[in-house]
Ligand binder design. Structure first.
Ligand code: CP
Length: 325
């Protein structure tokens, strides 16, 4: 049985297959509309979510399956002290696959060790958000046509932003990706990711506090929200939250073929006036997430609809996840 804890759980070839399957689902939704008849997805969310939980539910419903779950720790027996491992033992009798979000790093991994069904990490604390990364990769591939040889600017909260951490881990496996890390000193990328992920994999990167200076270099600008829920001190959050605001004046500094992404939700970091710029692709990104999550559900359940569309197996890959393409 295969779980999804990290984007590195999939080799580069397998990621290509997942994205190919997602593209086929996006083009031919009717072909897949009964693929999961009789299957149930549980969504166990101990932290708030709009996109991840509802897009997983939408994904399963579009595949013909059903959904059940809870949207907060307060509305589950976690509020009475039940552990995630006990919860997953129970859910394994109610559902065929489970997506879990938890504020504690590693909780989905613990859950997977006690689960009788495939478990998907839907975000764990400041650690990782692998299915957001799958959505990000699929969006870049769809819109730019490739996942290699481009420059990506990651802007905002690079310290606590789990989507950034997961995306960097995934992108270092592709040749020629240059990273521009745009953040204030206090929200810099943690050294364990700079050293153990970027440097160890030979990726090129630069760090700057200036979004304006970075703009002309970028093929992709990935904006992020300052994560209020991860700060220990409200004053620090208030001081840093509006450090970067992307508006039409800053967009003028960007290339015509640049795309702007954001995992969402946004607060103030992208002005709504930018939404009308054709380079703003964050709503497309959220929409495409449904198709890659459909592809992931099919893969982890071992359901192949079209034998002509290559798909990863539902057993852990024998390939090493860390290789470059
Ligand atoms: N991108 C993302 O994870 O959004 P939600 O927190 O709304 O799920």
């Amino acid at each position: 049985m295969r779980h999804c804890m990290s984007p590195l759980d999939f080799s580069v070839d397998e990621l290509d297959q997942l994205m190919g399957l997602a593209a086929d689902i996006e083009e031919n939704p009717d072909k897949y509309s009964h693929a999961c008849d009789g299957k149930r997805l549980a969504t166990c969310f101990y932290e708030p979510s709009t996109r991840t939980r509802l897009s997983f539910e939408s994904a399963m419903l579009r595949l013909g399956g059903q959904t059940l779950g809870f949207a907060s720790a307060d509305s589950s027996s976690a509020s009475k002290g039940e552990s995630v491992s006990d919860t997953l033992r129970i859910i394994s009798g109610y559902a065929d696959i489970c997506a879990i979000r938890h504020p504690k790093e590693g909780a989905p991994l613990v859950a997977s060790l006690h689960s009788g069904i495939p478990v998907i990490n839907a975000g764990d604390g400041g650690h990782a958000h692998p299915t957001q990364t799958l959505a990000d990769l699929y969006t870049i591939k769809s819109l730019k046509g490739r996942l290699d040889h481009f420059t990506i600017g990651l802007c905002g909260d690079l310290k606590f932003g789990r989507t950034v951490h997961s995306l960097i881990s995934a992108l270092v496996r592709y040749e020629g990706v240059h990273f521009v890390l745009i953040s204030p000193e206090e929200l810099k990328l943690p050294s364990y990711i700079r050293e153990d992920v970027l440097e160890k994999n030979g990726a090129t990167y630069e760090e700057t506090e200036s979004l304006e200076d970075a703009m002309p270099k970028l093929d992709v600008l990935y904006m992020t929200r300052v994560q209020r829920e991860r700060f220990f001190n409200e004053d620090d959050y208030v001081r840093l939250k509006d450090r970067y605001i992307l508006d039409n004046d800053k967009m003028k500094l960007g290339r015509e073929d640049m795309i702007v992404m954001h995992p969402l939700p946004r607060v103030n970091e992208i002005s709504v006036e930018v939404d009308d710029d054709p380079r703003a692709q964050y709503f497309t990104q959220a929409k495409k997430a449904v198709f890659i999550r459909m592809a992931l559900i099919l893969t982890l359940l071992g359901i192949q609809v079209d034998k002509n569309i290559p798909q990863p197996t539902n057993n852990p890959s024998s390939e090493k996840g860390g290789e470059k393409c």
